[in-house]
Design a protein around this ligand. Structure first.
Ligand code: GLN
Length: 495
């Protein structure tokens, strides 16, 4: 039975259409796998009744000859997506008890395409973090371990529950969101594929906002083909999100030919950081060689403002977050602090926010409020916005010079130990995003593809960055890289 949970979306879709398996079988296999995987703490709200009802409906649809791409496919949904009638907490205490009256556009599109929801997935609180350790549910755990060492490793963040669930075959695919790397970094840490599409490809409506000018949803999947299939269902124009693009959505899967002959792949010299991990550097070179062998032309490029990306991101993202999170006041949603006699409305706000927000979220709200305050606005926020424009321009110049995609490492290291960064300066944690935040600042599509194992047996990912709106071409390059790298390892089951 649990073998069914190991299928890819494409394999399951084909088996469903051929009548070799039912969605109820697939769903029960995933529900069974989830039951035995409590140690991974990936699913934080399980919805087995909804799943089985959707699975039965999908089976009826398939029997009637109406089987859209995701019909009957069991998926996990990141807790950041509002799902009607199902707790949607963004892994925060402040949203305890919040059950939306509405469905996010992305999840409603997935359900229209026939997807089955198994439950909600763990994440960092309000998507702020790189290790899943800021979650109010406690951290998710990476199914991968260092050889025979039993130390628990982070699945990355913020979409850590999504990464753990897909890597451990608890679901066939999952949704993630990415503001500075939260799809690509956990995908790399867990040996799976994750794509953040161009800003505006997926509607943000009904997704709890972190930094609205950076946030994008995307799929986390077992391979590149599945990323193409799931992304197709997730994206498209939505009049309810004014930043959503009114552009046609191509058939991404049909574009996966694996033929990248003549494509120009840029290798940005500024990403070769001082003291770079030697295994990551070697994997990056191997990736470039594999793309060259597949017929691409490899060229050195310069993205000169790269070193300013992380500081600019950690001004812009907290600034937007401090504004977005002002709505959690104890009145409109979730948690409200108990008051003593004589305490007024300001006490209620203060106590509610102090109790409801974790330490990292409080830090971001304070930093964000500071950089937006009169007197500092020009020095920090406006300067960061100017840097953002320069970073975007670096990419535009590279693409204008004929580059089709840019190859970089996805992360500066493999998955690290849970608790390992506890004593560290928060900036140490922020350094995880060094290769990914540029892509959000520039609004570009970026995909992480698992490309090898390090000496300790942990997966490492490579990132490809594409031209805006060219997710199809980007996924095809990722597909060529995936085929050349031949990564097929799975974590040994210990949970
Ligand atoms: N790790 C980054 C942060 O903490 C990115 C998070 C994200 O992409 N949601 O802000």
């Amino acid at each position: 039975m649990s073998e069914l949970a190991k299928l890819t979306v494409a394999e399951a879709r084909d088996a469903l259409r051929a009548g070799d398996v039912t969605s109820v079988d697939l769903t029960e296999a995933c529900l069974g796998a989830i039951e035995t995987a409590g140690a991974l703490n990936a699913f934080v709200h399980k919805t087995p009744e909804i799943a089985l009802e959707q699975a039965r409906a999908a089976d009826a649809r398939i029997a009637a000859g109406d089987a859209p791409a995701l019909c009957g496919i069991p998926m996990g949904i990141k807790d950041l997506f509002c799902t009607k009638g199902v707790p949607s907490q963004a892994a925060s205490r402040i949203l305890e008890g919040f059950t939306p009256e509405y469905e996010s556009t992305v999840t409603s599109q997935l359900f229209e395409a026939g997807a089955v929801m198994l439950g909600k997935l763990n994440m960092d609180e309000f998507a702020m973090g790189s290790s899943n350790e800021t979650s109010c549910y406690g951290n998710a755990v990476n199914p991968w371990r260092r050889g025979n060492d039993t130390a628990a490793l982070t699945p990355g963040g913020s979409s850590g529950g999504s990464a753990a669930a897909v890597a451990a075959d608890l679901c066939l695919a999952a949704t993630g969101t990415d503001t500075g790397g939260s799809i690509r970094q956990p995908a790399a840490f867990a040996g799976i594929t994750g794509i953040k599409p161009t800003y505006g490809r997926c509607s943000r409506w009904g997704i709890v906002a972190f930094a609205s000018s950076l946030d994008q949803a995307g799929p986390m999947t077992k391979d590149v083909r599945d990323a193409a299939i799931v992304l197709q269902a997730m994206c498209g124009h939505d009049p309810k999100d004014s930043t959503s693009a009114d552009l046609p959505v191509p058939d991404f899967e049909a574009l996966l030919t694996g033929d990248i002959r003549g494509k120009v792949i840029g290798i940005p010299r500024e990403y070769r950081m001082d003291g770079m991990n030697d295994e990551i550097a070697a994997l990056w070179d191997t990736g470039a060689r594999m793309l060259a062998e597949a017929g691409a032309k490899i060229t050195d490029i310069s993205l000169p403002h790269t070193k300013y990306a992380l500081p600019a991101y950690y001004v812009i993202a907290p600034a937007e977050a401090s504004s977005n999170l002002a709505r959690y006041d104890g009145v409109r949603y979730g948690h409200r602090a108990a008051l003593s006699r004589g305490e007024g409305i300001n006490d209620m706000y203060e106590k509610t926010r102090a109790e409801g927000f974790g330490a990292e979220v409080q830090r971001r709200v304070m930093v964000g409020t500071y950089v937006l305050s009169a007197g500092f606005y020009d020095a920090y926020y406006n300067r960061a916005r100017k840097v953002r424009t320069l970073i975007k321009r670096d990419f535009e110049e590279a693409f204008a010079a004929g580059v089709d995609a840019i190859l970089t490492p996805a992360t500066p290291s493999a998955a690290f130990g849970l608790g390992e960064m506890q004593e560290a300066d928060p900036v140490q944690m922020y350094l995880n995003d060094v290769f990914t935040v540029t892509v959000n600042l520039a609004g570009l599509p970026g995909v992480s593809v698992p490309a090898g194992l390090d000496r300790q047996g942990l997966p490492l990912g490579l990132q490809l960055i594409g031209r805006p709106w060219e997710e199809g071409d980007l996924l095809n390059t990722a597909y060529a890289l995936e085929r050349a790298a031949g990564f097929s390892q799975k974590p040994a089951q210990w949970w």
